[in-house]
Ligand binder design. Structure first.
Ligand code: 4AD
Ligand code: MG
Length: 461
């Protein structure tokens, strides 16, 4: 008999014999009847299995404990109890895998998020993480749909690279050299000739530079993949391995870039509201009573657009006591960003024209000689969710900046070629996928929106 997923069963008419497979969430009952809540991950909702106790072997029923995996054949009947439309009147139950109640860690509901982080291999079996990972999937799908519908090309950029796109020097080195016996040159430096690629390589911090090559040929591209940062930021908003979506568009100026970013993020949130209703309602009820309202507000509001200099003025005049000082030139901290978004404007803010010293080398330089055409999208509860810019299209200006920063050019020649051959105005941005998911799910720690978080001193699963 063909197994039917719980999501489908719950939408089906009663009357037929069906087979469901899944994991036992709870079992309760009395000597006459046993109720099992069965969940297979297809939906937040479990289906109720009703067993007349007398019709089943006592030993078998004993083994049906929380976490066990079972296959049930029975009649789909209208449910008498409230809360669900149909339930299964069990005829036959097979135990596919037991879960010893003495050792299975997910016995009760209401475990703390910290406890669940320590059992990342089992936490997808909770309602909360089931909901989060289904939403994560829906958002990934919506991202591809959004760009596909607009004719963007999904470009796969390499994970192993030689270049530090953001220039922050926070890269994980990739090597096959024996760390206990590192080959050295005569001057004492590492002899990378003996390494796998013949030179020093690392995991990418961003697909942007290669994305720009794509935009200069295909017009509009996006990347969506994992990126890696070895910054020692143990915060609720930083991961060492996170996913980023990076569109890059030829002929877009900064305003077009902002328009796309705003449209994109609203599309994704609306997609979640339209397609993840059950999961969002669960998270709204259990964790954050304002979640759905907050999502609806963002979809229906126009983002504020403001220059960095004006933002700093607002912060300076705010009278607010910040932990980190505010002055023109400062790299804004999350507390500053959140003040602007949550207290001052009460809606998302796109901050533009940052001081060039705090932004990456590739951003288009403004005529004032001090600022660059950067744009960060700042969100309530999160702070920076998107970072982007118009790119410097002039070879000479770009080279001047590269020299000012003392950057090596020998491994950037291919990037510089885009400015030598058919250069064009172009722009792009990067959306942190997990930051988006923090906003959409209402979770407060980024470790809880990725299945297997990597953070300083933690890469266990
Ligand atoms: O602002 P960032 O560093 O920008 C770039 O990497 C550009 N190359 C993007 C581009 O223009 N194509 O990072 C972009 C976004 C941030 O706004 C943030 O949402 C997220 O990536 N992000 C992180 N998310 C989780 N953990 C970290 N350590 C992150 N660092 C950045
Ligand atoms: Mg940034």
């Amino acid at each position: 008999m063909e197994r039917i997923k719980v999501k489908q069963l719950l939408q089906q008419q009663s009357g037929s014999e069906v087979n469901a497979k899944g994991w036992v969430r709870t079992k309760r009952g009395n000597k006459n009847v046993t109720f099992i809540a069965l969940n297979d991950g297809s939906t937040i909702n479990s289906i109720q299995i009703v067993c007349e106790t007398a019709k089943f072997d006592e030993e078998l029923l004993k083994k049906i404990t929380t976490g066990a995996c079972i296959s049930v054949v029975g009649n789909l009947v209208d449910s008498v109890g409230g809360g669900q439309s149909v339930e299964i009147q069990a005829k036959d139950i097979e135990i596919l895998g037991v879960a010893d109640p003495d050792t299975y860690p997910l016995q009760k509901k209401g475990h703390s998020m910290e406890f669940l982080r320590d059992i990342a291999h089992l936490r997808p079996r909770t309602n909360t993480f089931g909901a989060i990972f289904r939403i994560r999937h829906a958002m990934a799908f919506a991202i591809h749909k959004f760009f596909n519908d607009k004719g963007f090309v999904y470009l796969h950029t390499p994970l192993i690279t030689e270049s530090d796109c953001e220039g922050a020097g926070a890269m994980f080195q990739v090597t096959t050299l024996d760390l206990n016996n590192i080959p050295k040159k005569e001057d004492g430096s590492v002899n990378y000739d003996e390494d796998f690629f013949g030179h020093s390589t690392a995991l990418t911090v961003s697909g942007q530079l290669e994305g720009e090559l794509g935009a200069m040929a295909l017009g509009e591209i996006y990347t969506f993949g994992p990126t890696f940062r070895a910054e020692n930021s143990n915060t609720p908003r930083h991961l060492a391995e996170f996913w980023m979506i990076e569109p890059e568009m030829a002929f877009y100026e900064i305003k077009d870039n902002m328009d796309l970013a705003e449209e994109f993020i609203k599309y994704l949130i609306k997609y979640a509201l339209d397609n993840c209703g059950d999961d969002l309602k669960f998270l709204n009820d259990m964790f954050d009573k304002e979640l759905i309202t907050r999502l609806e507000n963002v979809v229906n509001t126009e983002f504020v657009r403001l220059a960095y200099t004006e933002g700093v003025d607002i912060l300076l005049k705010s009278g607010e006591k910040f932990e980190f000082p505010v002055y023109w030139g400062v790299d804004l901290q999350s507390e500053h960003e959140r003040y602007l978004v949550e207290k001052h404007f009460g809606k998302p803010v796109i901050l533009t024209d940052y001081p060039k010293e705090i932004k990456a080398f590739y951003m288009k330089q403004n005529d004032d000689g001090k600022t660059v055409r950067a744009m960060d999208v700042l969100f309530p509860k999160i702070g920076e969710i998107i970072g982007g810019s118009e790119r410097e299209a002039s070879y000479d200006k770009l080279m001047t900046r590269i020299k000012e920063l003392n950057m090596a050019t020998d491994n950037l020649w291919w990037y510089l070629d885009t400015r030598r051959f058919g250069s064009a105005p172009h722009s792009g941005f990067g959306l942190g996928f997990e930051r988006l998911l923090l906003f959409v799910t209402g979770m407060t720690n980024i470790r809880d929106v990725i299945p297997f978080p990597r953070t300083p001193k933690s890469a266990d699963f």
